[in-house]
Unconditional design. Sequence first.
Length: 327
Amino acid sequence: MFRGILINKDEAGYQARLQEIDDAVLPAGDVTVRVAWSTLNYKDGLAITGKAPVVRRFPMVPGIDLAGSVTESADPRWQVGDQVLLNGWGVGETHCGGLAEKARLRSEWLLPLPPEFTPRQAMAIGTAGYTAMLCVLALEKHGLQPGDGEILVTGANGGVGSVAIALLAGLGHQVVASTGRLGDADHLRALGATAVIDRAELSAPGKPIGRERWAGVVDTVGSHTLANACATTRYRGAVAACGLAGGMDFPATVAPFILRGVTLYGIDSVMAPLPVRAEAWQRLARDLDPGRLEAMTSEIGLGEAVAVAGDLLAGKVRGRVVVDVNR
Ligand code: NDP
């Protein structure tokens, strides 16, 4: 038996609660990990509350990220005691995840914990931070350089947004943070934003094309926000779209793409191949300021995770949340 969050869906409804879990619940896998830290991402919020059909099998241990050490391995690449990291691959959705003391996983999903990070720091980054890095890499590969102009980051107080601000600012970009929480503007400036705007400026239906402003965009919100961001991106600029916190729709026209040569990059972290992940984590180790990471991170115990998942979806959580699974 081990302690963890378990989600069940039956006649009694959809329930997530902290409990003792039988090892038999764990799916097949060739590596067993003693989890040290996990985290709460937007998707974990959806899984725990049941607000979207993220969980595909029941019972399910949520948690799309984990960091810990190997306790059993049938794969010679992993030895007992190795420190490992996992993000995505459907873990916490179709395969039991990280919000528990124990996880049984497929060896090909694991990455070695980068030596620059403690397990807690790796989870402070988590899928949100690694996705922010994938967005930055997409913009860089497009050719974006510091000095090119303002970069818009939407959902700025969220996990992806906060890490994107810190990364881009650290690389020397001019970052404009869009948020619904203007009261947190000083915090966003401390993370590196040079300007903070009200997300209401972007969230209403807009014109097919508007005044050119952004050299690049990291969008976590979707819907009208993404459409307006594309419509106001400069000639040959790029937009990295990774989120849907404001909606899954994309009420846009082709005008920015065919009149301004704007490029829209889709960012997926879940099934990204290992070399892509390795590059992102190497760059996080190089480019993310540990002080800024800590400034955006709050810590909870496993017993608080269900309640905080609801707060996260309600937009009440700032930055990143790490979960100490042993408390
Ligand atoms: P968070 O909940 O931490 O942040 C989301 C932020 O979006 C909020 O803090 C808020 O920022 C803003 N927001 C929330 N609701 C609305 C709304 N109705 N309209 C406009 N803005 C809103 O989530 P994450 O940062 O973990 O994830 C952000 C998005 O990215 C999610 O949709 C998530 O599913 C997606 N994602 C996608 C990944 C991928 O692989 N493509 C991987 C990771 C995340 P503020 O208060 O500053 O306005």
